[in-house]
Design a protein around this ligand. Structure first.
Ligand code: IZC
Ligand code: ZN
Length: 417
């Protein structure tokens, strides 16, 4: 078969080869490293992965693009499996409040935070949201990300705005090289007019919005912000079960700030991922390990919230919970698209090894989005989503933090950077 692209002499080729399922414990340190590696691509697929040269069955001619991987580290395209990509406005006005010691939930309870982004998103036109999100996607691609998740959640009771966000994500998925997987997060905050009767809003979510989002095919997942002063455990359970009933797979913002028992609920409901988990209980972690719920950890958010508290990632991995890592890109608690920074935080602060980190943002990230059969590893037959880092080894990417090491990016067999 003809090679359209080959990458050869790769100093460190990280394949992540193995089964297409979430990796746990020791498996998270087994990255399928090949030194002096080579990868051949035909059309949008990987057709050969090995060491040294390609076998003679792979045709290389004058049209083949040959990339020299000497001194480089090559990985599967990174997966950012938790973002609030599509939104209007920004919230730098909250910085001064935070510096005075005001916390995220205080700002939200005062009617700011998510509510201020809801206003900005309602006001923004489809085109304005599209252009803003596209700019962020371009930055993500530049950092080596080839698949992202995008949540709604800035319309809440204004269903048209929820749909507008999901339609923007759908159009960007068609137009932009980065693949987008959408999540319905109507349950992101209690709207002002339902403050006294939040169960009424839960009913609207369950009876009207979830069935309609599912019918329109605008989301794969249903998520809920389960948190003090947001959605309770009981309300979250109802919302996630309603999503399941309508074919939307459950995800949950769990135990981000207060230990409500979100991890336990994630295990009970059978969530694909439970995200944040900074305040998760030991029992919750144990239950997640048993049910193989992926812990989607977001250390850049912990950093930005300035509480000094990070998820117990070591305990989770050692207990057998599969871990993925994401930016949580959003205008409030984590205004950055830089997944490489989150990767460094995961290692430097949460004490993951670089091998565990790269597993978390490739194959486990792909599992967090149900994309593990297409992406997340460099193996024959998989989509050619590949990032080439100008770094001699994996440790270097984690250690030299805060900058962008991604030099080339291949998405579905096309050189997009
Ligand atoms: O806009 O504050 N945590 N939702 C839950 C967010 C952060 C996004 C936001
Ligand atoms: Zn989030």
């Amino acid at each position: 078969m003809k090679a359209d692209i080959i990458i050869k002499n790769i100093s460190n080729l990280i394949t992540m080869q193995g089964e297409n399922r979430p990796r746990t414990k020791d498996e998270m340190r087994d990255i399928g490293l090949i030194e002096n590696g080579i990868v051949a691509i035909n059309d949008d697929k990987i057709i050969y992965v090995g060491e040294g040269e390609c076998p003679s069955t792979i045709e290389i001619d004058k049209d083949t693009i040959v990339i020299d991987g000497r001194g480089k580290t090559v990985t599967p395209g990174l997966v950012d499996s938790h973002t609030h990509l599509v939104h209007g406005g920004s919230r730098e006005n909250e910085l001064a409040m935070k510096l005075k010691g005001m916390e995220y939930l205080d700002i939200l309870k005062m009617g700011g935070g998510i509510h201020s982004t809801v206003s900005a998103t309602k006001k923004a036109t489809f085109d304005e949201l599209y252009e803003k999100a596209k700019k962020s996607l371009d930055v993500m691609l530049d950092f080596g990300i080839t698949t992202v998740e995008a949540k709604s959640g800035y319309g809440i009771d204004d269903f048209q705005t929820e749909l507008k966000q999901l339609e923007v994500a759908k159009k960007l998925n068609e137009d932009h090289p980065v693949d987008i997987v959408s999540t319905f997060l109507g349950a992101h905050a209690i709207p002002e007019e339902y403050k006294e009767n939040p169960d009424k809003f839960v009913e609207i979510l369950i009876e009207e919005m979830i069935p309609e989002v599912s019918k329109k095919g605008l989301a794969k997942y249903c998520d809920v912000f389960c948190e003090e002063a947001v959605f309770s455990i009981e309300q979250s359970r109802k919302i996630l079960n309603a999503g399941k009933k309508h074919g939307l797979l459950p995800k949950i913002h769990a135990d981000e700030i207060k230990p409500l028992g979100g991890a336990e609920l994630a295990a009970e409901v059978g969530c694909v991922t439970a995200d944040h988990l900074v305040a998760a209980s030991d029992e919750g972690i144990k239950m997640m390990a048993e049910k193989k719920v992926i812990a989607n950890l977001l250390p850049a958010t912990s950093f930005n919230l300035q509480t000094g508290k990070f998820a117990k990632a070591r305990k989770m991995i050692d207990s057998g919970v599969p871990v993925s890592l994401s930016t949580d890109y959003n205008p409030g608690s984590c205004p950055t698209e830089n997944l490489q920074l989150a990767m460094s935080f995961a290692s430097l602060i949460m004490k993951l090894t670089p091998e565990e980190v790269i597993t978390a943002v490739t194959i486990n990230g792909a599992c967090a989005l149900g994309m593990e059969n297409e992406v997340g590893s460099i193996e024959e037959g998989k989509k050619a989503d590949i990032t080439i880092f100008d770094a001699p080894n994996l440790n270097y990417i984690i250690y030299h933090f805060g900058i962008n090491h991604a030099e080339r990016v291949i998405k579905k067999g096309i050189l997009v950077k």
